[in-house]
Design a protein around this ligand. Structure first.
Ligand code: IPM
Ligand code: MN
Length: 353
């Protein structure tokens, strides 16, 4: 009997459902070619549920998600919900509770995709950001003192644990090795100012590097990285960084690879349940119009299959996205693709081999 996976699907808000529907279409088509199957189980979470019931992520749902083989997420974000509510209540809570300590974000310029960077092409823009995903400023440590008075103090602390840093860096070293490209791992930090946090990161980095003599190591400050992403993206192979810096540099990364319409990511717990998502938001103004670009969602599906161990199927989806980009799509922008959302899904499914 062929292998089967239970996939929890959180289509979420805005254009999330339209994008995920195309992802599921393509994943199912790839599964039948490569002889495995998936059971997709929908979980109704997001802005609409919050507005109707006041719930973000009920404990009972979280318990069920713990038993999935993976989670496939569309988008979370609703214009009528106060900022932070859904982000913290659903997205960040899932990352923390499921201990998805790696946020994996490939920055890859595909052929025929326009980059704003002059004179750089797919050869030059192909690297991987390994972002810590459970600590740093995101840990929610801090508070107010004398709130609402003229003497008010706000403290927001960055939590960096030896264990958290070490497991993230080990993952990054392993990734650098298995990617087999330039075998270069760059640590992105701020050792010249944030000396406690980055002191610990640097010591841990240097220690683990001894175990990987075949991996070239390098360090760059986060501000300099922003400069080099634009000036010399070809310098990078794998970049490891903390939660906050990773959040910021991967938005820049998404722009140089052609925009949010193509950027996918995975929230990985190597020993548990991982969650895959397009990096872009819920794009409320395009909701229900069948014009949003589903490629980032489809590529998140490819990343999911790769992580589940279905490498050939994952590669085949990526290859079909490349064909769709080369043969069909005019622009990645919503409404300017020359095809509808569902037609793009059909094309990618058709090119699978
Ligand atoms: C991301 C997002 C989230 C983050 C927000 C929505 C909480 O920007 O996945 O990068 O900051 O991690
Ligand atoms: Mn972000």
């Amino acid at each position: 009997m062929s292998i089967s996976y239970n996939i929890a699907v959180i289509k979420g808000d805005g254009t999330g459902p339209e994008v995920i529907d195309e992802g599921v279409k393509v994943i199912n088509a790839a599964a039948s070619l490569y002889d495995f199957s998936l059971d997709f189980i929908d979980y109704d979470l997001g802005g609409q549920r919050f507005l109707t019931t006041g719930e973000t992520l009920p404990d009972s749902v979280l318990e069920e998600l713990r038993h999935a083989n993976a989670i496939y997420l569309g988008a979370i974000g609703h214009p009528d919900v106060p900022p932070g509510t859904l982000e913290q209540g659903i997205l960040l809570r899932l990352r923390f509770e499921l201990d998805q300590y790696v946020n994996l974000r490939p920055v890859k310029l595909y052929p025929n995709v326009e980059t704003p960077i002059k004179n750089k092409g797919p050869e030059e823009i192909d690297f991987l950001v390994v972002r810590e995903n459970t600590e740093g400023f995101y840990a929610g440590s801090g508070g107010y003192f004398k709130k609402g008075t003229a003497d008010e103090v706000a403290i927001q602390e960055s939590i960096n644990t030896r264990k958290g840093i070490e497991r993230l860096l080990r993952y990054a070293f392993e990734m650098t090795r298995s990617r087999g490209k330039r075998k270069k791992l760059t640590l992105c930090g701020k050792t010249n100012v944030l000396t406690y946090a980055w002191g610990l990161w640097m010591r841990t980095f240097e220690e683990i590097a001894n175990e990987y003599p075949d991996v070239h190591t390098d360090y760059a400050h986060v501000d300099a990285i922003c400069m080099w992403f634009v000036k010399n993206p070809e310098w990078f192979d794998v970049i490891a960084t903390d939660n906050m810096f990773g959040d910021i540099i991967t938005d820049l990364g998404a722009m140089i690879q052609g925009g949010m319409g193509i950027a996918a990511g995975g929230n990985i717990n190597p020993a548990g349940v991982s969650m895959f998502e397009p990096i872009g938001g819920s794009a409320p103004k395009y909701t229900g119009k069948n014009v949003i670009n589903p490629l980032a969602g489809i590529l998140a599906g490819s990343l999911m299959l790769e992580t589940l161990g279905q490498k050939a199927a994952a590669k085949s989806i990526e290859d079909s996205v490349v064909k769709t980009l080369s043969n069909n799509i005019k622009s990645l922008e919503a409404g300017k693709m020359g095809y509808s959302t569902s037609e793009v899904g059909d094309l990618v499914a058709k090119y699978l081999s």
